[in-house]
Design a protein around this ligand. Sequence first.
Ligand SMILES: *Cc1c(COP(=O)(O)O)cnc(C)c1O
Length: 485
Amino acid sequence: MRQAVALHPWGRPGHLTSQNNQLYIDGVNTVELIAEYGSPLYVYSEPKLRQNANDILSNFRRVHANTTVCFASKANANIAVLQVFKDAGLSIEINSGGEFFKAKTAGYSAKEMVFNGVAKLRPELEQVIAEDIKAINVDSIAELERILSVAQALNKKANVTLRIVPEIKGGAAAGWETGTSSSKFGMTREEQRIAIALINANPDFLTMTGIHAHIGTQVTDLNAYQKEAEFLIAYAKEVSALMPYPLQHINLGGGYPKNYSSSEENWHSVAQHYQENYRTDVDFETIAKVLIQPMTDALGTDIELIVEPGRSMMSDTAILLSRIECEKQRSDHPVYYLDAGYNILFDIYSGWYFHMLNASRADDKDTKLCRMAGPLCDSTDTYYDVEGEGRVKSLLAAEPALSAHHATLEQVLVHQPNLRELPANTQNGDIIALLDTGAYALEMMNEYCGRASAAAVMTDMQQGSKLIRRRSEPEDLLRFEVYES
Ligand SMILES: *Cc1c(COP(=O)(O)O)cnc(C)c1O
């Protein structure tokens, strides 16, 4: 893609604003936050977290009162974040013993948890079964056998919900899909029949609590949700006929999208790939209509519906602030080096798009096009797609006839804008804000290249900011080392 996404307009009234040309979040000056806490810095908005929680609960429960929202904690397992969601009325989804530990630390009981994963460990199963977890979403027959053996050893009854492969394509890229048998998740119908027989043969140790499907992430295609509802309705009836008791719940998974573009106006010039995947109007009200309503219509209001949203609860609740530490002039464009690379924001490694603002010059109208890079000694640590651009180049070199399709090749193969539009006065020392960085970020940070991981703060309108995660220190680099000094 040759064109950058336009910088202006970017405002989000009541949340991201500007005063004296500087970016504010929830009324807090971002440049002052960096002076106080250092850079890079994640800034989470408590009002946004609460707004998202209220938004999903009210929209889904209006359509189906008996709906439980289990926040997918792999999207963000910071304790302060989990506490806000608990206070706002959410339950939680975990996918490891570590997340079980964090959820309990944040105050959730096992009865408020559902447990996902393709290869759950025996000690993890022992812990959650001992504490009567609400549901283990079973991914395979081998796992069900392991659960049975743990339940027998503990003389407990395990709540099991079967994860089915609905054969629905629910994501833009293969790596975003989780609902087809070419993905690594779930059980086929044939496997489920065997699983149900095993459950029915062991009523003292296994309770079949429900069925589960999860079709992908950032699923913007409404058709996929309609198909998921149709599938689960038919399948719930089929399974119920095989069970001596009714199912307690149907788990619809997560995958709801969030808008990653700053505004509609500045988004029209970008490649189709971006239009379809990062720019979306699909909100919780829409999902309630296409996914929840059909379930209520077909199955009534008694059965509990569980949903597991992660990204859609988190992405727009945080920004990442990062200082420009160096600049170079290359060909036509300046290159700016941020102090945040993919060790801080891992999704840039796989080419996820995040909009950028200059927090130090938020309202400057004069702009220029630049290349943005991270600080790591790794050539893929860039905010453009160096590998995609390379693939286009080598294809064109190998097949000159393809040059007629240059633009199409770029649309398909290049998954980042090659340039960013930023204020013309942008310079070394400025603070850049990356928007919508609340999901799949904090937990994926690491100290690669010996670089400190970022601190995180939470803002609210009344109290300003508070630290919710400290920056790592050099001593932290030694915390797993075993050595003689
Ligand atoms: C990751 C995951 C989720 C959350 O997905 P999002 O796209 O973040 O909403 C929900 N359920 C399961 C089983 C998952 O693996």
